[in-house]
Design a protein around this ligand. Structure first.
Ligand code: ZN
Length: 153
């Protein structure tokens, strides 16, 4: 039997793990897409690198600095979209964004969101929504090949 409090602890553990040991935390040499994102409210600042093979994300990496939520979100974003097509990644971005703003019930989309549902509690903390969504907005800009930096303001 698992209580709600236990689940919250578990979620925090996943977030802590990814913030302490972010996956794909590296500059991708030979990346053909990249974008920079800022969240001035919190000071989160990341660059996302993508190596697109046709319309498929062959490799993805990121570097920068930010709070635990933004770093964990960036780390989990990279593991979630690696190997996906740009259309699939954008569809996931759409779902994550709706989850973070409380517009989507994560339980109904657990099959596509997977571990990303750990961020569903963030919608209760409006300031943190920007931290969690920044890496996704930055990915979106990289895939759209937008040159100007993304800002959450
Ligand atoms: Zn932050």
């Amino acid at each position: 039997m698992t209580s709600d409090a236990d689940l919250r602890d578990l979620y925090q553990e996943v977030i802590l793990d990814h913030s302490k040991r972010p996956r794909n935390y590296r500059k991708l040499e030979g990346a053909n897409r990249k974008a920079e994102g800022y969240n001035p409210l919190c000071g989160d600042h990341f660059t996302v690198y993508v190596n697109l093979d046709g319309d498929r994300i062959r490799e993805i990496g990121f570097e920068g600095s930010g709070c635990a939520i933004s770093k964990a979100s960036a780390s989990m974003m990279t593991t979630s979209v690696a190997g996906k097509t740009t259309a699939e990644a954008d569809a996931l971005f759409e779902q994550v964004h709706r989850m973070l703003t409380g517009a989507l019930n994560p339980a109904e989309h657990a099959d596509t969101l997977g571990k990303l549902t750990v961020f569903s509690g963030v919608c209760e903390f409006p300031v943190r929504v920007k931290c969690a969504s920044l890496p996704w907005h930055t990915l979106h800009a990289a895939l759209a090949d937008r040159a100007e930096p993304v800002t959450t303001e």
